[in-house]
Design a protein around this ligand. Sequence first.
Ligand SMILES: Cc1cc2nc3c(=O)[nH]c(=O)nc-3n(C[C@H](O)[C@H](O)[C@H](O)COP(=O)(O)OP(=O)(O)OC[C@H]3O[C@@H](n4cnc5c(N)ncnc54)[C@H](O)[C@@H]3O)c2cc1C
Length: 316
Amino acid sequence: MSSLSSTAADRLSPDDARAAFGDQLEFDTPLAPLTSYKTGGPARLFLRVTSAEEIVAAIATARRLEIPFFLVGGGSNLLVSDDGFDGIVIKIDVRGLTVTDDTHIEVGAGEDLMDLVRFAARNSLAGIEFLAGIWGSVGGAIYGNAGAFGCEIGSVVESVTIITPEGTVRTVDPEYCRFGYRDSYLKESKDVIVSARLRLEAGKREALEAKIDEITTTRDAKHPNTGCSAGCFFKNIPDERQPHGKLPAGKLLDEAGAKDLVVGGAKVFDKHANIIVNTGTATSSDIRRLADLMKAKVKATFGIELQEEVQQVGKF
Ligand SMILES: Cc1cc2nc3c(=O)[nH]c(=O)nc-3n(C[C@H](O)[C@H](O)[C@H](O)COP(=O)(O)OP(=O)(O)OC[C@H]3O[C@@H](n4cnc5c(N)ncnc54)[C@H](O)[C@@H]3O)c2cc1C
């Protein structure tokens, strides 16, 4: 029995749902194992899709049946409600990593970002080492223009193949994507990212692999090695006077005294005040309540309203 209220997804019988979405459809699938926080409830319906055609079909069916849908990549930037998601979660699992025209890589949205980084180095292609150690899928990285050390994935994107909300497969350029800080127009347009073509440059394999190892080691030392997180919870604040043009939210949180905050099994990471850690027993509502306390501290101290980088799924 689902504890969720009766909705379009709930009212569909399992047989009708499978007839509509196909035999791979799952019911009441736990989402916690699919997220880096390891919290949250189940998806009423769940479907793993591996091609543009499957995505088009799944979204068209969800729309026709008026079932809300949510896309999941690597789940490393998500906070899923403890009540789960009362619709269909579509896990983007489109694969493929190919070098084309000597210096370009075509990559499926479901590929792991770290696999892409290592693949580029193995093929002596430079320009994305800065992505080493960032969790998640290529699609999720493009959606949120993931980056580190002042560099962002959007800077190497030559084109992105998307599915528009109308169900059309299109290849669009970076101007269309309008990449910004942890942002892209794709958040607004609700397009689904299927694959991307990246423009890299020739490099030396050994040097690239050494750089990737160095970055990964540096990041490992700064990030929690026990407990689960979703990286930085809040976005940094645009400020031209700061290095990389951003005032770190972690600095504000630290100075506002957020580092000692704890709610249930969720706590602020002691080495970085913008990271919330699930110590093992946190619920998503512990994490949400802790995030609210952190926001309130910064608002009271600096008058600044922090904006979430982490995306919420379901009702809070
Ligand atoms: C330890 C740790 C460190 C991190 N460090 C960094 C960092 O340094 N820099 C940084 O930028 N981020 C960092 N993050 C956050 C996270 O890794 C990135 O935001 C990542 O790009 C999210 O990708 P994902 O596939 O996991 O997306 P998900 O968490 O699965 O989804 C995030 C959003 O993207 C959407 N989405 C996913 N795939 C698609 C698709 N194919 N088409 C359309 N929409 C899609 C989802 O609907 C959702 O809204 C870190 C996370 C962790 C756990």
